[in-house]
Design a protein around this ligand. Structure first.
Ligand SMILES: Nc1ncnc2c1ncn2[C@@H]1O[C@H](COP(=O)(O)OP(=O)(O)O)[C@@H](O)[C@H]1O
Ligand SMILES: [Mg+2]
Length: 241
């Protein structure tokens, strides 16, 4: 029991302030990613969600506070260093190489050190649709399939933390449900998953925990089941301002 209690969260931010140049965007936020759980991070446009993921993945350095990965203080680490210790960031916009086939996109992803066999196995088990389309140019995939490929590319590296920005943006509900199923399956294997959403509260059904952000602050942290009120407050506040 003691050991379990001592196992560090795969990633946490404590009282983190960060921004761009002199502009502070995050005004002291606490977020904890837990192993084996989906955590959803919600909030209106401009709330600071993407900036938070950037801090988590090392694209942005905290100006104060602590960034911990597996219990280690890693404020100074850059994105490449955090990727090597298992932090995977699937950035907004489904980044895939449009002129390469699905299979070749996986080959490129494996060039960062992941085994191609492992990457292919993970991708095609989680998303059989990608297997069917392995010779198709990624640029001609549907939005949902591109998102699957973007996720698969990240997962092949066996991350301990998976950060996904705007998972469902612009996608049809059925595809979104399929993507969330995959994300939940990944979490069940022990990965700490964070999914950022601007509009979709579908994440609340899959996630155990939710954070709601507004104006660079966390206005709710807790069970996803009780997050709805905070979500409304955040969106109403942003509409009024
Ligand atoms: N590269 C940047 N340079 C300066 N300000 C930025 C940059 N990216 C985002 N911001 C600002 O930071 C705030 C939060 O943005 P962001 O984290 O992208 O919010 P969200 O993802 O919740 O929509 C916004 O006010 C935005 O204008
Ligand atoms: Mg964003």
């Amino acid at each position: 029991m003691l050991t379990a209690a001592r196992v560090a969260a795969p990633l946490s931010l404590r009282d983190v302030r960060a921004g761009y140049g002199r502009i502070e965007v995050l005004h002291g936020i606490d977020v904890e990613v837990r192993r084996g759980e989906v955590t959803t991070l919600l909030g209106p446009n401009g709330a600071g969600k993407t900036t938070t993921l950037g801090v988590m993945s090392g694209l942005i350095t905290p100006s104060s506070g602590c960034r911990h990965v597996q219990g280690r203080h890693v404020n100074g680490a850059d994105a490449a260093a955090l990727a090597r210790i298992g932090v995977c960031h699937v950035r907004e916009g489904r980044s895939v190489f449009p002129n390469l086939t699905v299979a070749d996109n996986l080959v490129v992803a494996s060039s960062s050190g992941a085994s191609l066999d492992r990457l292919t196995e993970v991708a095609f088990t989680l998303f059989p649709r990608l297997k069917e389309r392995r010779t198709q140019l990624a640029g001609t995939l549907s939005g949902g399939e591109k998102q699957m490929l973007a996720l698969a590319r990240g997962l092949g590296t066996d991350p301990s933390v998976l950060l996904v920005d705007e998972l469902s943006m612009g996608l049809a509900p059925l595809v979104v449900a399929e993507l969330y199923e995959a994300v939940a399956a990944v979490a069940q294997q022990g990965v700490g998953v964070v999914v950022v959403e601007q509009f979709a509260t579908i994440g609340l059904r899959v996630a155990s925990r939710a954070y709601v952000m507004a104006h660079g602050q966390v206005i709710y942290a807790g069970s996803s089941a009780d997050a709805e009120d905070a979500v409304h407050t955040a969106y109403l506040g942003s509409a009024a301002s």
